[in-house]
Design a binder for this molecule. Structure first.
Ligand code: F0G
Length: 356
């Protein structure tokens, strides 16, 4: 079957009416990839990676954005706006253009990954770099969209959460049940809220007889949900989740408590180590924030949380190409220069032996 995108495929679960345009860039239907090596070392029964970086703009944001933009179009809106650490702006810009709407994005100056910035610019969004952080940008966007004819497409727009919950549906359909543990990075906390809603909805409709435990992971320098209070000046190498006062705070806490799960913090070193392990051992290249899910599961494994039989799904929220700077910086000095001669390359590689 040809994949029709999430508005068409999951229409019965989404706010789709006869008037809703079936907008799509064929988002969703992302791979659920079984671990080959890390699963044994971590002492879990089975470890899967849901690679949301395979969405059309390279992150999970496309699932919610396609719904938010389709509804904005349906409601006759002409301009959409969001605050973003990068991925939301890339997705908003792409879907707005697809729907013939204009898009304004507010980003924290100097703190957004190059891949994401290039997307927003190429899709013709109006890009405003705020001399502040994400929380400042979101405050301004809330004010503007409340007072001017501009549609808000951050995840406080309920259509975003509706779209994002479809990732939980896919996990259930692909696994034919729920995992024991669903691990994901947490920034503004829309995604953990959306997954939990999706699992509960499938449970209520009898599509699964169990619910997973939700394990959310924040970066140590930006972990308001772990501290129980907003962080004034959030800092982390994982710029996507550099957020001090998550909009969906209550949703995240409810997901944690209702599921019997947890929200914990991982250090930047742990995040970058998990990012390298995913790339080197599993062949999966993700952006730093996405690696927080695996970093968290590695931390829990060290703490002896697992019993060797759990099924764990780590959500990999964004593609590694989003943030080429950090990837290259981590591998500094590894590129070897060579003269443009065959023998020079043979010698450098230490191939030796008879000359052909
Ligand atoms: N992973 C990535 C790659 C993200 O871009 C984000 C959020 C998250 C995880 C956290 O998800 O906010 O729902 O808890 N990025 C937003 C943005 C904030 O503007 O692109 P969350």
């Amino acid at each position: 079957m040809r994949w029709p995108g999430i508005l068409a495929y999951f229409a019965e679960y989404l706010p789709v009416t006869a008037a809703t345009p079936l907008l799509t860039l064929e988002e969703g239907n992302t791979p659920l990839i079984r671990s080959t090596s890390l699963e044994k070392r971590l002492g879990v029964g089975a470890l899967f990676f849901k690679f949301e970086g395979m969405n059309p703009t390279g992150s999970f944001k496309d699932r919610g954005m396609v719904v938010a933009i389709a509804k904005a179009k349906e409601e006759g809106k002409e301009v959409v706006m969001c605050a973003s650490t990068g991925n939301t702006s890339a997705s908003a810009a792409a879907y707005a253009r697809r729907a013939g709407l204009s898009c304004i994005v507010l980003i924290p100056q100097g703190k957004i990954a190059l891949g994401k910035l290039s997307q927003a610019l190429m899709h013709g969004a109006r890009v405003l770099a705020v001399r502040g952080n994400f929380d400042d940008a979101l405050r301004i966007v809330r004010f503007i969209t409340a007072n001017y004819p501009v549609a808000l497409v951050n995840s406080i727009n309920p259509y975003r959460i509706e779209g994002q919950k479809t990732a939980a549906f896919e996990v259930v359909e692909w696994l034919e049940g729920v995992p024991d543990i669903l691990a994901l990075p947490v920034g503004n906390a829309g995604n953990i809220t959306a997954y939990w809603r999706g699992f509960k909805e499938f449970f209520e409709r009898g599509k699964t007889r169990a619910l997973p435990k939700m394990f959310g992971f924040q970066a140590e320098g930006a972990c308001p949900l772990v501290l129980g209070k907003p962080v004034e000046n959030p800092q982390t190498v994982a710029t996507a989740i550099r957020i001090g006062n998550p909009a969906s705070w209550k949703g995240a806490i409810a997901a944690r408590d209702e599921s019997g799960g947890l929200i914990d913090a991982v250090s930047d070193e742990e995040i970058l180590l998990a990012q390298r392990m995913l790339a080197e051992e599993e062949g999966l290249f993700v952006e730093p924030a996405s690696a927080a899910s695996l970093a968290g599961i590695m931390k829990k494994a060290r703490e002896g949380v697992f019993r060797g039989k759990e099924t764990v799904v780590c959500i990999l929220t964004g593609h590694g190409l989003k943030d080429p700077d950090i990837a290259v910086r981590q591998n500094e000095g590894k590129i070897e220069e060579v003269e443009p001669r065959e023998e020079a390359v043979v010698e450098l590689l230490g191939l030796g032996g008879e000359r052909p």
